[in-house]
Design a protein around this ligand. Structure first.
Ligand code: NAP
Length: 295
């Protein structure tokens, strides 16, 4: 068996083209805009923020880049968020994670106006998923759902195993998969018998990022499973996922590559959320091409 490789890069390109068309259609009513806030000097975060600005530029979304040095007090970051909340020219606000350990992520996220929360991490937007409602969906889980939907992966009654319990990936994805009638097991660093859980999954999602200490090998994958690799590991100037792709591709039915799988879908969802935020705030409808729900 050789799995179908899920082309996140290609699908994200199609989504970006639709977003670009909608941004042009909005011209004269609103110019969608995104403000990013980055605290500290983490190299990977710096790269992610730059990629997000480049993506905005490509589809005609205006973007503003606010950076604070290490040691900036939490109150100063919140002041900036409040200022961006009040600014009618800003439709989306993204605070890049991780924040320095001294800051309370939830205290910062809850200050972003829910309508401008294009990363979907304000407690209100996260909480709405519990009620099967859509606020802004977090970008990585939304990207994963969109990929699964694009490849017509049936979720109903299936056993999904997620290796990650973070508030931006594993926890919201758990809720979104449950809402689509999957049965979900969540694993983390303290889980006992993780291989047994993983190898019983019809849909296996890994987002750990600790390679080589943690690798999803073929023994952790059930024959015919759908394998979604959201892990990002930089080793020797190259990017790898969590999954041993070369071996698992011969056991799974579908698999995402790294790079070119979940990563570009995450960025595409950010662009989409920013467009939706602008259309809601400017009270201009989007065309039928553009549906908010990812699946
Ligand atoms: P995080 O908060 O550090 O989460 C990592 C998760 O992995 C935690 O739940 C952790 O468990 C678990 N874990 C760590 N070591 C483990 C082990 N040996 N066995 C099982 N579970 C283990 O980070 P994050 O922000 O969610 O990101 C996780 C990974 O996804 C990173 O590689 C990140 O770069 C990547 N990511 C990619 C995208 C994308 O667009 N492709 C987006 C977001 C994140 P504990 O909770 O017990 O610590």
């Amino acid at each position: 068996m050789t799995a179908t490789v899920m082309d996140g890069k290609g699908l994200s390109g199609s989504i970006r083209a639709i977003v670009k068309g909608e941004v042009e259609r909005l011209e004269g009513f609103a110019k969608p805009s995104l403000a990013t806030v980055l605290v500290g000097s983490d190299e990977a975060s710096d790269l992610y923020v730059s990629l997000k600005h480049r993506a905005c530029q490509e589809v005609g979304i205006r973007s503003m880049d606010y950076r604070f040095p290490d040691g900036t007090p939490e109150g100063r970051v919140i002041e900036k968020i409040e200022e961006l909340n009040r600014d009618d020219g800003v439709h989306g606000i993204l605070v890049q994670l991780p924040l320095p350990a001294s800051m309370g992520v939830h205290r910062v996220m809850e200050r972003i106006r829910p309508e401008k929360d294009v990363d979907g991490l304000n407690p209100r937007n996260l909480g709405l998923t519990m009620y099967q409602e859509h606020g802004m969906l977090p970008c990585t889980p939304a990207g994963i759902l969109t990929l699964l939907s694009h490849y017509s992966v049936d979720l109903r009654g299936k056993h999904a195993v997620i290796i990650n319990r973070s508030p931006d990936v594993g926890k919201p994805l758990t809720m979104l998969l449950l809402n689509r009638d999957a049965t979900v097991t969540v694993c983390h660093s303290k889980t006992i018998g993780i291989n047994g859980h993983a190898s019983s999954a019809d849909i296996l999602v890994s987002a750990v990022g600790c390679r080589p200490d943690f690798i999803v090998g073929e023994g952790m994958v059930k024959t015919g499973a759908v394998v979604i690799d959201a892990g990002t590991n930089r080793i020797g100037g190259r990017v790898y996922g969590d999954v041993d792709f070369e071996r698992v591709v011969h056991k799974a039915s579908y698999i995402t590559p790294v790079p070119g799988g979940v990563g570009p879908m995450t960025v595409a969802m950010l662009l989409r959320n920013t467009l939706v935020a602008a259309s809601i705030q400017a009270r201009v409808g989007l065309s039928d091409l553009f549906t908010y729900a990812p699946a």
